[in-house]
Write a protein that binds this ligand. Structure first.
Ligand code: PFF
Length: 488
């Protein structure tokens, strides 16, 4: 499936695939929490500035790079200079780690979909999630299989493989065309319902009330930058792979703007729904709002089921809608992570699309088996922090050094502007990419590492050291393997 053999059959297919990648679990459960803990309404200012000064310029850069080279990251860096191939595989290793654990979260969600039709989680949602679903308290640890998670995970892997192994437009293209509009419609229904709930205004006020003093706090700015990187799937090699399939006549700036605006509006809109629902719970059950606001799994699988219990009959409708939204958001993101890895394998080893997707999925399943055990959620948290705070952020720095500095940004700029209509990039963009963003991203990277070091326990440190070893050694092995294609 080398890049010159497959192309998006329409610009819409590319756009929806990119939006599918960007709109993920991060939009639904990460943003509301990050915004709330970083100054509420005031967070909007650093957030919007980050989108404009960081997210969108980096999207231009990644789309421009994929479009210019028409290749995956490994072949791009090799085209720049053969000796850089290692860095391509290095970047892909972090992406692979994300692929391996993200599907587990989607699997947890898949378990909650049938349960939501009859509120099968009971009254103690915390105990249900930890003891019944995750079986986290089982002393068997990594040797005890959490059976529901394991089965759900294998089903999710099968679905991902089934969609991705087919031809690009029939598989990934068609899937996103159906599920992205569906996701947006379902989310609109949830939010419209949520804002009419008693107490919704309290939640919304809490989310939107600015605490302007926080604007001078550097950490809040770093959180906004970090959220934008994660939310737009920057640094995961995804945009580069998807953009390598773009036809010549594509308008890059327009596409990047549409993806960024769709993703960030979805994120803000969803946050209003999430906080309306939390406001409802806080008012009706007299629980202070700050006790309800958690991120990630706590919010989706413990607090929300509790709220669906409190909603009476409506809980039977909003519950399934919510978990289906998470499923579609998670699946479309997860599928996008398969792409750069499968593309890289096919470029180096001359596999067809189906074969390289199958190999990627088999390797992914093998790693993800450990997340289907009683220790799964603990390990998953460690993988998540490592891959995102350390790996992906470092990837952004590497791609800027190799592509913008060593290869030269002028060629990328010319390609981005080639079919641009209303927006043409110039010197400001070059200055941002070459000089300002590497410094900002480096600061995010260092602060992430320091805060992680301060909070790590022995298990975390051990697993992180292993991951560190894998991240450096695996790319070395793959680089050394002989390529099976002549033009590699
Ligand atoms: N943009 C995605 C999100 O907000 O959830 C980030 C992401 C994570 C994309 C994991 C893909 C992925 F596998």
């Amino acid at each position: 499936m080398s890049a010159d053999k497959q192309k998006w059959s329409s610009n819409l297919n590319f756009l929806l695939a990119m939006i599918g990648s960007a709109v993920g679990l991060g939009n639904i459960w990460r943003y509301p929490y990050v915004a709330y803990t970083n100054g509420g309404g005031a967070f909007l200012v650093p957030y919007i500035i980050s989108i404009i000064c960081m997210g969108i310029p980096l999207l231009f850069f990644e789309y421009g790079s994929g479009y210019t080279f028409k290749a995956g990251i490994n072949r791009i860096v090799r085209k720049i200079n053969k000796k850089y191939e290692y860095f391509g595989w290095f970047m892909l290793t972090s992406t692979f780690l994300i692929l391996s654990y993200y599907c587990t979260v989607v699997a947890w969600d898949a378990i909650y979909i049938p349960l939501s039709f009859f509120k099968g989680w009971g009254t103690d949602t915390n105990a249900f999630f930890n003891n019944v679903v995750l079986e986290a308290s089982n002393p068997g640890g990594i040797f005890h299989i959490a059976i529901y998670v394991m089965i759900a995970m294998l089903i999710i892997w099968f679905i991902m493989w089934f969609i991705s192994h087919r031809n690009l437009n029939d598989g990934v293209g068609r899937f996103n065309k159906i599920f992205i509009p569906l996701l947006f419609v379902m989310m609109i229904i949830i939010v419209l319902f949520a804002v009419t709930l008693p107490g919704a205004n309290i939640g919304i006020m809490t989310l939107l009330t600015p605490q302007p003093s926080t604007l001078t706090n550097v950490n809040i700015w770093l959180s906004a930058f970090g959220q934008i990187l994660f939310s737009l799937s920057v640094g995961m090699c995804i945009s580069i792979a998807y953009a390598s399939y773009l036809p010549e006549e594509t308008n890059i700036p327009k596409n990047a703007l549409i993806v960024a605006i769709s993703n960030c509006s979805f994120e803000l809109f969803t946050a209003i729904g999430v906080f309306s629902i939390l406001g409802f719970m806080s008012t009706t059950n007299n629980i202070p709002l700050d006790q309800l606001v958690t991120q990630g799994t706590g919010l989706a699988f413990i607090v929300f089921p509790q709220i669906f219990n409190a909603m009476g009959i409506f809980g039977y409708i909003i519950g399934p809608l919510f978990f289906l939204c998470l499923l579609f958001a998670g699946l479309t993101s997860n599928i996008s992570v398969i792409e750069p890895i499968a593309l890289a394998l096919s470029e180096k080893f001359n596999f067809n699309r189906s074969k390289s997707v199958t190999i990627t999925c088999i390797l992914g399943i093998l790693i993800s088996l450990m997340f289907g055990t009683s220790m799964g959620s603990t390990l998953l948290g460690i993988f998540d922090t490592f891959a995102n705070n350390f790996g992906v952020v470092l990837n952004v720095i590497i791609e800027i050094i190799l592509i913008a500095w060593i290869y030269g940004i002028d060629d990328i700029l010319a390609n981005i502007n080639k079919n641009a209509t209303f927006l043409k990039l110039g010197k400001t963009w070059i200055t941002l990419i070459k000089y300002i963003l590497p410094v900002v991203v480096f600061i995010i990277w260092i602060t992430g590492i320091i805060s992680n070091m301060l909070t790590s326990d022995t298990l975390t440190t051990t697993v992180e050291l292993i991951l560190f070893g894998v991240l450096f050694i695996l790319p070395l092995i793959i680089t050394k393997l002989p390529a099976k294609t002549e033009d590699y």
